[in-house]
Design a protein around this ligand. Structure first.
Ligand code: G6P
Length: 447
């Protein structure tokens, strides 16, 4: 069998493998580990001149990482504006904040053409190509135009809305036509597959989508959690709680994660259940993300204000109800934090999957597991129905779920956790990749 060629905008740094950025890099890294592979994408750096855009190669653990730099202009128009200022909100059903400019779309397509030009010389005839996420919708078509005959699959890590939403995009038809170049398109949920195929049908294109919910490597994360319970940071956190219940939120700073709504829910909990006042701490870890995009900067200001407000209104001289951090915490330390948490609050307004929910489950101790509160609008929700399910827009619902989580009997926590853990262990990142690639290799190309 030939090599697997993975292409994504974000590529984990091969030698700092404990902290890849975001769900895609974590899931795909876990999936391709040990397979002979080439991983092509953006280096995360800026090229000073556009001619300096040949890939730099670095081989580590059987995988060759080939990365290119983007110019400042490409970064702004392709990454910030078109991918994250337009496609991201559109796919998360937030058409009120999209900002379409023809120049952004032109440069988005040019960067996809650049990826194709730089990737083609590295390809072998028997490779299987697997392209990831919304930054690269047109890449398959660009590769076909350059004569690539290999099987090309695509996986979308974020949600995909129905045609009634997608058609808002002025270039929707052209994008869908280009996406039809893929032999197979994987999405996270049944709903996403139905929406995407509905878009193809509305444009007289053949159906291409199937759902493959992504997983994690639960054994590795579980071991990291056990090993790190004694780490200095985890011990310090534990000591600082002084017996209070720990409610943990871990998300990139992104409006799709529902962090303000969650904080409102926590405040409602403090008002609605005054008997627990002083007994809980919400630790919200929110590394800054996409800081060049206006909606992300606005969210940061909003959260700074909210955290200050809650502590001023509800706190005491020896208790702050919320601890809000914007620095990133190493992944292995996070694993330890998950293990000692009593409750995880995972309440996105929309999410492709949400691997944090799965990581929380993997990190728990079977003897004394914590409770997972999960948004019914996360892609993980259909698989994780033993979580305490909430609608993230319903602050009273979040408040009641926090109360239920911190007062839940050990027996019920164990029963729910065992069911969740079974699913997380069965549907791992490695199984996800195997299932997708098996179907891709069996797919006969339809024109
Ligand atoms: C999500 C997306 C990924 C992206 C990650 C981090 O998980 O699906 O494609 O890499 O967020 O975002 P960033 O913009 O930092 O790459």
């Amino acid at each position: 069998m030939g090599r697997l060629v993975v292409v994504s905008n974000r590529v984990p740094a091969p030698r700092e493998r404990s902290q890849p950025a975001g769900g895609l890099a974590v899931g795909v890294r876990d999936a391709v580990r040990g397979t002979e592979s080439l991983w092509f994408g953006w280096s995360g750096r800026h090229a000073s001149q556009s001619k300096d855009q040949t890939p730099k190669l670095d081989t580590h653990d059987g995988c060759t990482y080939a990365t290119i730099d983007l110019t400042r202009s490409q970064y702004e128009h392709f990454y910030e504006n078109f991918s994250n200022g337009l496609l991201w909100p559109l796919c998360h059903y937030r058409i009120g904040i999209i900002d379409y400019k023809r120049l952004d779309y032109k440069i988005y397509r040019e960067v996809n053409a650049l990826f194709a030009d730089q990737l083609v010389p590295l390809l072998r005839d028997d490779d299987t190509i697997w392209i990831h996420d919304y930054h690269l919708f047109p890449l398959g078509a660009k590769l076909r135009r350059r004569g690539v005959k290999a099987k090309i699959g695509f996986f979308l890590h974020i949600p995909f809305p129905p045609w009634s939403v997608t058609r808002v995009l002025p270039c929707a038809e052209e994008m869908l036509q280009e996406m039809a170049a893929y032999d197979l398109i994987g999405v996270q949920t049944v709903e996403d597959a139905r929406n995407m195929d509905g878009c193809f049908e509305a444009n007289n294109l053949p159906r291409r989508a199937a759902h493959f919910p992504i997983g994690i490597d639960p054994v590795e994360f579980g071991e990291q959690a056990i090993q790190n319970v004694m780490a200095e940071e985890v011990q310090r956190l534990q000591a600082s709680l002084r017996g209070r219940k720990l409610i943990l939120g871990v998300d990139r700073l992104d409006y799709s994660k529902g962090i303000p709504e969650r904080i409102h829910g926590y405040e409602t909990f403090l008002n609605r259940y005054p008997e627990h006042k002083g007994e809980t701490v919400l630790l919200q870890i929110t590394p800054v993300s996409r800081a060049g995009v206006a909606s992300y900067r606005a969210l940061r200001r909003e959260l700074d204000e909210m955290a200050g407000h809650i502590n001023a209104m509800h706190g005491n001289f020896d208790w702050s109800p919320i601890r809000y951090l914007t620095q990133s915490v190493p992944r292995e330390v996070l694993a330890g934090f998950h293990r000692i948490a009593d409750v995880a609050l995972v309440t996105p307004l929309r999410d492709g999957m949400n691997l944090v929910a799965k990581e929380f489950v993997a990190a728990q101790s079977p003897d004394n597991p914590g409770a997972l509160i999960l948004s019914s609008l996360a892609g993980a929700a259909p698989e994780m129905d033993e979580a305490l399910m909430v609608n993230p827009y319903d602050r009273e619902g979040i408040a009641d779920a926090i109360h239920a989580g911190i007062t839940m009997s050990l027996e019920e926590r164990q029963r729910r956790w065992q069911a969740l853990h079974r699913d997380v262990t069965q549907n791992t990142a490695a199984n996800w990749a195997d299932r997708f690639l098996e179907m891709l290799r069996e797919t006969e190309r339809q024109e």
